[in-house]
Design a protein around this ligand. Sequence first.
Ligand SMILES: Cc1cc2nc3c(=O)[nH]c(=O)nc-3n(C[C@H](O)[C@H](O)[C@H](O)COP(=O)(O)O)c2cc1C
Length: 491
Amino acid sequence: MYKPKERLRHALAPMAPWTAEQAARSRLFSPLELASGLVLEDRTWIPAMVPWRSNEEGVVTPEVLAWYRRFAEGAPGAIVVEATGIREVPSGPLLRIGHDRFVEGLRRLTDAVREASRGKTRLFIQLIDFLRIRRRPDPERFFSRFLRITPQHRERLSQLAADPSLESADETVVRERLAALDQAGRALVLSEREREALERGDRERVSDVDVPEIRELPATLPGLFADAAARAARAGFDGVELHYAHAYTMASFLSRLNTRADGYGATLEGRLRLPLEVARAVRDRVGASFTVGVRFLCDEAIDGGNDVGDACALGVALANAGVDFVSLSTGGKFEDAKQPKIGEAAYPYTGRSGFECMPTALSDARGPFARNVAKQSLVRRAIREAGLSTPVVVAGGIGELGLAEAILERGDADLIGVARQSLADPDWPEKARAGRASEIRRCTYSSYCEGLDQKHRMVTCQLWDRLVTDEPGAQTTDGGRRRLIAPRWER
Ligand SMILES: Cc1cc2nc3c(=O)[nH]c(=O)nc-3n(C[C@H](O)[C@H](O)[C@H](O)COP(=O)(O)O)c2cc1C
């Protein structure tokens, strides 16, 4: 995991000691109506978090139900269900919505949240598409099998070795000679993409238009997203969040790094074209009264990527297209991810951009708390200056009531995204409303939950996962060593 050079440890600010009356009068606990007509009872928002509770079939398991039921017991204004795959392809233990057979399980999920939150919490589901990424290969297998030998390899190799016979040598010989090259030799003979495939694992890009499925994304994705949104509506969700953030397909279309020359990249207009077409296709399918929001980045936080100026333009365009909310995140990209070990895949939260996405207490002078809200507020301001009232959700290191309230008071945001603090204590909204904020178990912003996420292990919180559980039917993992949900709040 990335750690800023300074390594300054930031202490938690004391939790604002709100009474129940103060909570009732706060902006944080005031309602908000979206353009779809959906009313959120308050401004507390749990953004998407993949907890790795599904299975190889991508269905709603008892563990998925228990996870969301537990958040719903705290009755936040909204929960966004984790990134959920829209395609009918195996996706590891990622939750899926790419076929009608998933609707029944998802219906159980929406029922569970409604029941546990006493009908208070609005429930959205994040819809994701992602491109293929391979594990970092064993070099021996890469050179003997995966690498496609081209005339350029032969030519460069024969020049490097001053051996013209390599131009026409048997392919096995060429492979052996390539495998024997040192780092400098590889840099001369392999292309940049081939070196990346060797050193980090091959990763598809939206600009790989020579791959038919990638060239055809503008034709296929609007329908896939629209079908998934229609299923979400049938399953009883209050809306969908289109995942246009982090390292995935739609964020890659929006990125300055998108060089597609077919009208779906290169210019701002081109980069926005597919994301707008997807949003329109979804809206056309589900109608005006079903909530459709987007999550995208206020800053990609990578070299050559989108900055907050781009994000302002994207925000205005998406708001203009009629999305019901804009949720902002930061970073989380593959471009600066750490080199994975052989046999493992790169993970987009291991570099600096990943740190910006999920800032930790061990930080630089800026610290983790509301770290990117200044940038996120610029996106909101741009949307307002364009005459649009689309609500904006901010996130990143916001876990303290006074901080959340100040953000709303300044007009930096309309809704407060609280991810890891909600994992640490899903009852925090209820505790705050009850005037018992001092009982909130505070997130320490360590890298524990993110570390589990990186290994695709069931995500838990170190503040409670070893606490003994005597609740009947309590779920555990790692041979009973880790409990899977936070202990019940004994009022
Ligand atoms: C375990 C874990 C899984 C996450 N999964 C998602 C996800 O599926 N989609 C998404 O947009 N963000 C995801 N995030 C990012 C969070 O939504 C949030 O933006 C980030 O954690 C910063 O907020 P926080 O400081 O309140 O935790 C995840 C974060 C964590 C810790």
